[in-house]
Design a binder for this molecule. Sequence first.
Ligand SMILES: NC(=O)c1ccc[n+]([C@@H]2O[C@H](COP(=O)([O-])OP(=O)(O)OC[C@H]3O[C@@H](n4cnc5c(N)ncnc54)[C@H](OP(=O)(O)O)[C@@H]3O)[C@@H](O)[C@H]2O)c1
Length: 239
Amino acid sequence: MLDKPVILVTGASRGIGKAIALRFAQAGFACALTARNAAKLQETAQQVTEAGAPQTLVIPADLTRDADIDRLARTVLEQWGKVDVLVNNAGVLFLKPFTELSIEEFDQMMAVNMRAVFLLTQKIVPGMISRRTGTIINIASLAGKNGFKNGTGYGATKWALRGWASSLMLELREYDVRVITIFPGSVNTDMAGQLPSAPLPETRLQPEDVAHAAFQAYVLPQRAMMSEIDLRPSNPKKG
Ligand SMILES: NC(=O)c1ccc[n+]([C@@H]2O[C@H](COP(=O)([O-])OP(=O)(O)OC[C@H]3O[C@@H](n4cnc5c(N)ncnc54)[C@H](OP(=O)(O)O)[C@@H]3O)[C@@H](O)[C@H]2O)c1
């Protein structure tokens, strides 16, 4: 088993996932990085190494495919023997009026934003339970606590994620495994570019802000758990 702390980050090719990997790399975590885009993952791997990660694993995977999720979990566990921090971050957004949202788009959001989280976590949690330590960090959204126009599908996946995470938190804390769920508002990434009514880029949260919140929640003493974090700009007019 690797003698360094291990983080597995989904959606590590860009945006919030990449920022989280970089933040934990600075603290000496070995980083297992996954997303579909292998070239972008290699860029992240290079940057996390420069930031201080002692080792990296790049595992391209499509989280809509069960076989890829299985291979992802097996690769990390076979290579490094454990995952200390699992970050369920990958997500997709189709922002459309309800009557225009196709079932394929709905299914894709449900597959990446919820079903893959269920499947991957189920493969990683047994090791955490048996070692009686571990942290699962889920990136939900304030759209998982409020409705918003044209967000029927996306909102449904993030509300589902919240329901799943809050139940899992109650189950796993008996084994000293923490479940932390972050609910960001609009963050300055490719995804926020799709939001026509989103705040201007300079007034949005930055991916590093979400990474900072994730790391702060992680470094709390093991006995303390920030189970839900709402993250929004302090002043929406200023950023
Ligand atoms: N940006 C916001 O305003 C905002 C606000 C609240 C919550 N969030 C949440 O934050 C998380 C990260 O979003 P972001 O803003 O960083 O978005 P982003 O820049 O669009 O990044 C999304 C990530 O998910 C990966 N991904 C998408 N589909 C995938 C699939 N089928 N298989 C594997 N990986 C897949 C992408 O990698 P590949 O394309 O390389 O596969 C990418 O790394 C999401 O869960 C999102 O819902 C975002």
